[in-house]
Design a protein around this ligand. Structure first.
Ligand code: APR
Length: 253
């Protein structure tokens, strides 16, 4: 039996599924990933240097403008068949938890319920000082590299910051704890479109393996998670995931 059907058999039999995603699942919606050569955001921006508290403190207009550009781009794209297949898994498997490193809202817009955002969300801005949640501003024209002064907090007048986790910041405690618990309890974990390079998020598939789960990786490229995976399906998520779901639950899509 080929790898896809082996994976489909495991998915159809699974009682508790975790779907763990990275930027690659949004790539075919037109959202650039971080580390892919040429198309990756980091090729055109030194995004890593923008994704730190120090960068925001040094130049809030540059950092806020960059994140608002990304948010406006995301609001102009749509979920792709990979996101839709994740929603089908949630509807068909007895219990499914979506855990994402992505800060976009494409899982939600594809109908997935309660995804755990390990790295926060572009749709949850908050005050950089008192942490009070802020309103989401009107989207701007997707104009790369535009500087934009962040709005001010209504309570304390400090600048509003993106609701994402920057390098050097801790992940949201409850989100991480829940994600680790779900990875511990699951019997099958799909890791989709992540380079598996950023910790502690990259621990999630390893926790699942450690507790005996079947791990299926979907990625066109090899990653450090290859040895962790029971099955590696090399291809784009928007193609592989719908085929996997169709093979697991024929006539489901
Ligand atoms: N389908 C599946 N995977 C894909 C596709 C696709 N169509 N296109 C690219 N990929 C894969 C790439 O091969 C790569 O392994 O998606 C992965 C994207 O890796 P990264 O750009 O490193 O994104 P990610 O793993 O989500 O990064 C983790 O790093 O920058 C921080 O906080 C940021 O959440 C992000 C974290």
């Amino acid at each position: 039996m080929d790898d896809l059907h082996t994976a489909a058999g495991a998915l159809a039999a699974a009682r508790r599924v975790v779907v763990f995603t990275g930027a690659g699942i949004s790539a075919e919606s037109g959202v650039p990933t971080f580390r892919d050569a040429l198309t990756g955001l980091w090729e055109r921006f030194d995004a890593q240097s923008l994704a730190t508290p120090q960068a925001f403190q040094d130049d809030p207009d540059l950092v806020w403008g960059w994140y608002e550009w990304r948010r406006s781009l995301i609001q102009r794209v749509s979920p792709n068949p990979g996101h839709a297949a994740v929603t089908t898994i949630q509807n068909r498997a007895p219990r499914t938890t979506v855990i994402t490193q992505n800060v976009d809202d494409l899982h939600e817009r594809a109908g997935s319920t309660d995804p755990i955002h390990l790295h926060g969300s572009l749709f949850a801005p908050r005050c950089a000082s008192c942490a009070r949640p802020a309103e989401i501003p009107e989207a701007i024209e997707p104009d790369e590299g535009r500087r934009l002064p962040p709005p001010r907090c209504r309570a304390c007048a400090a600048p509003i910051r993106p609701g994402v986790v920057w390098f050097g910041e801790p992940l949201p405690e409850e989100a991480l704890e829940t994600a680790v618990q779900e990875a511990t309890d699951c019997d099958l974990l799909l890791t989709i479109g992540t380079s598996g390079l950023v910790y502690p998020a990259a621990e999630i598939p390893k926790v699942a393996t450690m507790f005996g789960a079947t791990v299926i990786q979907i990625n066109p490229q090899p990653t450090p998670l290859d040895p962790t995976a029971t099955v590696n399906l090399h291809g784009p998520a928007a193609e592989i995931l719908p085929a996997l779901v169709e093979a697991a639950w024929p006539q489901s899509s």
